[in-house]
Structures are given as structure tokens and as C-alpha cells.
Design a protein around this ligand. Structure first.
Ligand SMILES: Cc1cc2nc3c(=O)[nH]c(=O)nc-3n(C[C@H](O)[C@H](O)[C@H](O)COP(=O)(O)O)c2cc1C
Length: 303
């Protein structure tokens, strides 16, 4: 596949509503991701509210998680109708997910990884990608073995977030492991973890030689980072983001794609964080019950 940029928006549960994804795409993200969707829930009910891909979202990657092969196959067939890339989560570290044998728990079971990738690939004509961590803990770093199984069974891309499950969100990602995966595999490698500013993207490309870079938290605070990365890679400099423009660009898309108030409040809080009066604004926002009220408050905030 060809993308307009080599820098992508990472999957983020309870963050990546369609309006936010489209905003990132308008600002230059080469590919955006849905939130993680349970394949078993989707197999039971095709109308899952997280499977909310919009007509003009292309390219889009839809991320599934799970461990039941029959449900995975059904879910892949459903998402393939709208996804440009079918992605599978083998990295989620949260207790509820790993305790049910999904997400990063799969890294402990290479045979299951093989079966899942075979199932994914045989259930769709779309490219399949898999998102992995380095291993379960620092004594069981098996990323190279897992990555090879993923490639050998037909995946078209791999996303490497080089932290163990036990690290959760703490510690630094080990970019050296992205480089090792890149050296070992022939399929494109997407590096992820620890990008805070455009300079980090350049550093990740040059240190790891990965094919693409994926950004999560920094993009949730500043989706304009995708434009800044483009400017930085071209000219070595970039313009500062304008939070007011980001907020109102997002609101325009919100009116069209109508995410729930929780998403809107979360994004508006992130985009205004650190600005003068933002703490007080956040408290007021939490009590608001309509989009009109949010818009009025924002007009007042930026006056
Ligand atoms: C709020 C939040 C939700 C996330 N949800 C998902 C998810 O649904 N699927 C997934 O594969 N990773 C998820 N992640 C992990 C990110 O995609 C990414 O791997 C991680 O945050 C490291 O990238 P970063 O350093 O750019 O934030 C989530 C991260 C955050 C902060």
C-alpha cells in the first residue's frame, strides 16, 4: 500500500472517535486507526458502536482483539467491508484483557499467534497487520520469534511497541528492538512508542530504519503534530500549533460525525491543556450536557 505520509495515528481506546481520526488525517496522518474492537462482540453483533468507519475515511485500519478463532474470522469478514488494513492487537496490557487470554497474553503462546495470523489472513483479501509488544516481561522477551511467526503466516505489516506487558505504560520503549525486527523481517515495520515531538520521528526513522512511525499520546494532545512532522522532515523546522484552531477544526468535524460528549470533552480538555484558565475550564466542562454549551464555553474561553 502507498500512504500520503509515513507517520500514522495509533489506535487509542476511548480516544479515536471518527471526528478525531479525520482531523488527524486532514493534518497529514498517512493512516489512522480505530479503537480496539472485540472480535467476539463484533461477531455477535455487527452493529458494534466502535465499528464506526466513515465513508470518506480512507485509508483506515480497523483493530480487532480476541482469541476465539471462529469469532476472529467472522469479525475480520465484517470489518473487511470498510477497512483498508485489518489490524490485530497482541499488545494490550490491561488486566481485563490479558486475564481473558487476549492482547499481550498472546505473546506467551506462539502457537496461538500462528493460528490467529493464519485465521486473519485466510479470512480477508485486505492487508493484515499485527501490533505487538516486546514480550511478557524482561525475562521473556520473544519479540523476534513472534515477529517471524507473524510474517511467515502472511501478515503484510507489523507494528512494534517495544515495551513488555509488565512495563505497562512505565519506562522507555527499547527502540533497539524495532531495529532488530526490521533487520529480521521483510514486511514493513511500523515503529511506535515515545514520540513526543517531530524531532523524535526523525530520530526513530534514523535509529531503527523502520518503514513507518505511529504516534499515540502526543497526537491526542496535539493532532497538528502530523503537519509539524511533515514540515520538520522537509525543512528542519516547524510552526507552533494553534490550540484554538485545533479545537474549532475538531468541532466542525464533531458536528458532522457526532461522537458522544465524552469523546468531545476529552479532546477539548487535551487540546486546551496548559493554556491560561484551562483548569477552571475543565471543571466547568465536566458539568456540561450539550454540544452547544461546549461551543459557547469555548467561544468564551478563546475570547
Ligand atoms: C488512551 C490510550 C488508549 C490506547 N488504546 C489502544 C488500543 O485500543 N489498541 C492498541 O493497540 N493500543 C492502544 N494504546 C497504545 C498506543 O497505541 C501506543 O502503542 C502507546 O501509547 C505507545 O505510543 P505513544 O508513546 O506514542 O503513546 C492506547 C494508548 C493510550 C494512551
Amino acid at each position: 500500500m502507498r500512504f500520503k505520509s509515513k507517520v500514522f495515528l495509533a489506535p487509542m481506546a476511548e480516544v479515536n472517535d471518527p471526528a478525531f481520526r479525520i482531523l488527524c488525517s486532514k493534518y497529514g496522518a498517512g493512516l489512522t486507526w480505530t479503537e480496539m474492537i472485540s472480535s467476539s462482540a463484533l461477531a455477535r453483533n455487527e452493529k458494534n458502536k466502535l465499528f464506526n468507519v466513515q465513508k470518506n475515511e480512507n485509508p483506515i485500519a480497523v483493530q480487532l482483539m480476541g482469541n476465539n478463532l471462529e469469532d476472529i474470522s467472522k469479525a475480520v469478514k465484517i470489518v473487511s467491508k470498510k477497512a483498508d488494513v485489518v489490524d490485530f492487537n497482541m499488545g494490550c496490557p490491561i488486566h481485563k484483557i490479558v486475564n481473558s487470554g487476549c492482547g499481550a497474553a498472546l505473546l506467551k503462546d506462539p502457537e496461538k499467534v500462528k493460528q490467529i495470523v493464519e485465521t486473519l489472513v485466510s479470512s480477508t483479501k485486505k492487508p493484515v497487520s499485527v501490533k505487538i509488544r516486546s514480550g511478557w516481561d524482561d525475562k521473556s522477551i520473544n519479540i523476534l520469534q513472534i515477529a517471524k511467526i507473524i510474517e511467515d503466516n502472511g501478515a503484510s505489516m507489523i507494528i512494534v511497541h517495544p515495551k513488555t506487558r509488565v512495563q505497562l505504560k512505565s519506562g522507555n520503549p527499547d527502540w533497539g528492538l524495532i531495529k532488530k525486527v526490521k533487520e529480521k523481517l521483510s514486511i514493513p515495520v511500523i515503529g511506535n512508542g515515545g514520540i513526543n515531538k517531530p524531532e523524535d520521528v526523525k530520530k526513530m526513522f534514523s535509529e531503527t530504519e523502520c518503514d513507518y512511525v505511529m504516534i499515540a499520546r502526543a497526537a491526542s494532545k496535539n493532532p497538528y503534530i502530523f503537519t509539524q512532522v511533515k514540515q520538520y522532515l522537509k525543512n528542519g523546522g516547524y510552526e507552533k500549533e494553534n490550540p484554538e484552531k485545533i479545537v474549532f477544526d475538531y468541532l466542525k468535524l464533531v458536528k458532522k460525525y457526532k461522537p458522544s460528549l465524552n469523546y468531545i470533552k476529552l479532546h477539548v480538555t487535551y487540546f486546551t491543556k496548559g493554556l491560561r484558565g484551562s483548569n477552571q475550564f475543565r471543571t466547568e466542562l465536566s458539568k456540561i450536557k450539550s454540544l452547544d454549551e461546549i461551543e459557547n464555553k469555548l467561544n468564551g474561553f478563546f475570547k
